[in-house]
Design a protein around this ligand. Structure first.
Ligand SMILES: C[S@@+](CC[C@H](N)C(=O)[O-])C[C@H]1O[C@@H](n2cnc3c(N)ncnc32)[C@H](O)[C@@H]1O
Length: 272
């Protein structure tokens, strides 16, 4: 598998790049050159990506900050858990049935990867997962978090999980259309949903993502590309009570749902 480097054509919010210590300055300059992000010492009222010795921190203009951490918290817990198969996402993926039928784990394309929390869980379940993200800053954060696991904990369960992840910068529909020789078994979609109230944004990460990425349009084309590409299933994550993704009316195949307290997974069965 090779990494895809592709420049999205959508304008991202202006992100300043800062280095906490002089040791991170060279890397900060490289990112600044690559993406045209202005390099700054400190930036109090702008979006900023701060290079720290042990993490890449994304800071919103009001100071709310987030970094992807696969070494602690929920991600570390997922890495340690022997049996994640009862997780709603695992059930939506139909992992047991897939393994029984094909004697291997499915290859998954998470083409709306965001902060890669779902992608980590999918990899912890034993699947190789392609992460596709259209925003440069999120792609860099995913890749950085993944690299740090491999660097800080070589040989660990977490590093095995990180080794199953491959990050791609680009647009989902285009990426899916280019996979003709190597189609994923499962395509996973979690597009941005317009938040009707702040309570829907359950954590810091979602609040930041919501402001950074904005609501997604064009889900119809995305679903069509996913259905044309997936060999086994397409899974769409929706907030509980939300309508099906736009374009689902045109799907004539089996559609089931798996519910968890705040989330619903819509499962489009491409093969039964
Ligand atoms: C709700 S977030 C995904 C959160 C993710 N599941 C997680 O666990 O962190 C949606 C993400 O998909 C990205 N996205 C939306 N449409 C996309 C597209 N067509 N191609 C690539 N990325 C897309 C957005 O930029 C955003 O980062």
């Amino acid at each position: 598998m090779t990494e895809t480097q592709h420049k999205p054509d959508r304008a991202e919010p202006l992100i300043y790049i800062t280095a906490l210590q002089s040791e991170q300055l060279a890397a900060a300059k490289a990112l600044s050159m690559q993406y045209g992000w202005p390099l700054a010492q400190t930036q109090d009222d702008q979006w900023a990506l701060q290079l720290q010795p042990d993490k890449l921190v994304l800071r919103r203009a009001d100071g709310l900050a987030y970094h992807i951490d696969f070494l602690h918290g929920k991600a570390a817990k997922h890495a340690r858990e022997a049996d994640l198969s009862r997780q709603p996402l695992a059930r939506a993926m139909g992992l047991r049935a897939f393994k029984k039928r094909f004697d291997r784990m499915p290859v998954v394309a998470d083409v709306t990867a965001g902060f890669a929390q779902d992608a980590w869980l999918i990899a912890a379940l034993g699947c190789h997962v392609h992460l596709v993200e259209r925003l440069n800053v999120l792609y860099e954060m995913q890749n950085d978090a993944r690299r740090r696991v491999l660097e800080y904990e070589p040989g660990s369960l977490s590093s095995i999980i990180a080794g199953r992840m491959l990050c791609h910068l680009g647009y989902a529909t285009q990426w899916l259309q280019n996979t003709s020789d190597n189609k994923p078994d499962i395509v996973y979609l979690d597009p941005m949903y317009p938040a009707t109230n702040k309570k829907a944004l359950v954590n810091k990460g979602m609040q930041i993502l919501h402001d950074l990425a904005g609501p997604d349009h064009g889900n119809e084309a995305l679903l069509a590309a996913a259905l044309a590409t997936a060999q086994y299933r397409v899974i769409v994550k929706r907030p509980k009570g939300a309508p099906h993704i736009v374009g689902s009316d045109a799907w004539g195949g089996q559609l089931t749902t798996i519910n968890s307290p705040a989330t619903r997974f819509d499962v489009y069965h491409v093969t039964n």
